[in-house]
Design a protein around this ligand. Structure first.
Ligand code: ACM
Length: 513
């Protein structure tokens, strides 16, 4: 905990990220966390708290049926909300539901600090609830495959920042990553490749079920994405009859030459990072059967309400064909009782399934009519997920010299740029009512393992968490860059203790323990 002078008084500034709705720091003595402090409440929340305190402090707090100094309980309130009261004698966490308890526990763990006496929690009254219902992170397991251990670790990292959705980008030109029983050749023939000739891999159905279960245990929903009709070169290794030949444009030739990459050839694994050349065959019964098989099998093992069907960068698909295809694909998802999500380009299609959700990945200031395509989802009775690429694409370089990452989204994305934007200020006519939530994607052209993912995602993922959870940018003194810069600095010891290899960007004066 930091102390700073205000009006001559010394006031505490407990650091919570994402910023809570209300935090009042008191002036009485802190609550001392010692090995005999008992915890009572619902078993899952007690376990979460005891595990988190043990990993942070080494203290093994006893669980107690009741009468404990640390009490966790459920009390009616808005979804995912909680109230936390700490004074010298007790810690009381009241939450509306299990998710609220989980988030309150993670707030409490962020408040843990060491003073001369040992571990303490400062005197605070804190009321908190999310701004948006959908708070996502996306992991691209197609450009590079990331296995069960990495995905479960990423779930734990994201959930601790109050994200509640894991979107898995399961298919792309470079590889197919999910077992589909009705189409066994996808994993047999199209999963072995990745960017740069690195090895591939895929999730079995049991792997995927394990991810879904681990996510659920951390109050996260898994959204599977099967990206169609573009980003489908890998399919040509398994079911060539449903794929159009690669569309080799002059732009693609130039890009490939500059990077020294081979051009895509149907039926041969693609290891480059260019986009926009592949397409499924449209208006083709084989393709329609293929899509129904794949989406049906993926939906079957997905308990969550959403299936993402991509729709981005389908430059190899003629526009009218693209529109008809996305209409059919969203209707297929809806027929399975799920809400379709698609990247904003699909808003070009007039007849998407009503209520389809669009994911906007243009810049904070929209270009090229991307905002109009995004607004079409709202006109169709749906909402938008905001993922402005020049703010929350975690795979962008944080500075020009960074070894990992890309720069196409308006150059490097500094921590400040990832923080200084508000979801309701991106697309005209799209305010809080029209916004389903915020999602921070991490594409993995350059990310080969968890260390790379950590180095790219942290600390900018914390800025995205704040856009998704906290009140609007600038709505109070805490929702400012200056406050965030100070608060995020104080997470460094916690992240280090958890083994998170964050990048100590020079924009922040990081706390050392
Ligand atoms: C995207 O970045 N192509 C969604």
């Amino acid at each position: 905990m930091r102390r700073s002078a205000q009006n001559g008084d010394t006031v505490s500034e407990p650091a919570v990220v994402p910023a809570p709705r209300l935090l009042q720091a008191g002036s009485s003595a802190p609550f001392a966390v010692t090995a005999d402090v008992a915890v009572s409440g619902p078993a899952d929340a007690v376990r979460t708290l005891r595990d988190a305190v043990r990993s942070r402090t080494g203290l093994d707090l006893p669980a107690s049926p009741d009468g404990a100094a640390v009490t966790l309980a459920i009390e009616p309130g808005s979804p995912e909300s909680y109230v936390l009261d700490v004074d010298a004698a007790s810690v009381r966490l009241l939450a509306a539901d299990d998710a609220g308890l989980f988030y309150g526990v993670h707030t409490l763990v962020q408040l843990l600090a060491q003073d001369e006496t040992g571990w303490v929690v400062p005197d605070v009254h804190l009321e908190d609830a999310p701004r948006f219902a959908y708070r996502g992170v996306m992991l691209d397991v197609a450009r590079h495959f990331h296995g069960l251990d990495t995905v479960t670790a990423y779930i734990e990292r994201a959930a601790a920042l109050k994200f509640n959705v894991l979107h898995l980008h399961l298919s792309d030109d470079q590889g197919w990553r999910i077992e589909v029983p009705s189409r066994p050749l996808l994993t047999a023939r199209a999963s072995g490749s990745a960017v740069g000739g690195d090895g591939g891999g895929f999730f079995t159905r049991d792997d995927y079920r394990a991810i879904v279960a681990h996510a659920a245990a951390h109050h996260m929903t898994v959204v599977p994405e099967i990206d169609v009709p573009g980003h489908t070169h890998a399919v040509s290794l398994a079911y060539p009859e449903v794929c159009a030949p690669p569309a080799i444009s002059d732009h693609l030739r130039d890009e490939a030459r500059q990077r020294g990459e081979a051009l895509p050839i149907a039926g041969i694994a693609y290891e480059g990072i260019a986009v926009g050349f592949s397409s499924l065959r449209i208006d083709d019964e084989d393709t329609d059967r293929f899509l129904a098989d794949v989406i049906g099998d993926v939906a079957e093992i997905t308990p969550g309400p959403y299936v993402h069907i991509g729709g981005d960068e389908a430059h190899g698909t003629p526009p009218a064909d693209f529109a008809r295809f996305m209409e059919r694909a969203t209707r297929l998802v809806a027929s399975l009782g799920r809400t379709p999500i698609a990247w904003h380009e699909a808003g070009a299609a007039a007849g998407l399934a009503p209520g389809s959700i669009g994911q906007y990945w243009g810049f904070r200031t929209p270009t090229d009519g991307m905002d109009e395509k995004a607004r079409a989802f709202v006109r169709g009775g749906g909402q938008l997920i905001l993922s402005p690429a020049d703010a929350v694409y975690l795979d962008m370089k944080p500075d020009a010299d960074f070894a990992l990452g890309l720069t196409w989204a308006n150059g490097p994305t500094t921590l400040r740029r990832s923080y200084d934007w508000d979801p309701a200020a991106v697309i005209d006519g799209v305010g809080d009512e029209e916004i389903h939530g915020v999602e921070a994607p991490l594409w993995t052209e350059t990310a080969r393992d968890l260390a790379d993912i950590d180095a790219l995602a942290f600390p900018r993922i914390a800025a995205a968490a704040e856009a998704a959870w906290s009140p609007a940018l600038g709505s109070d003194a805490r929702r400012t860059w200056d406050s965030f810069r100070e608060r995020v600095a104080q997470l460094a010891p916690l992240w280090t203790r958890r083994g998170i290899g964050f990048t100590p960007l020079a924009e922040v004066d990081w706390t050392r323990e």
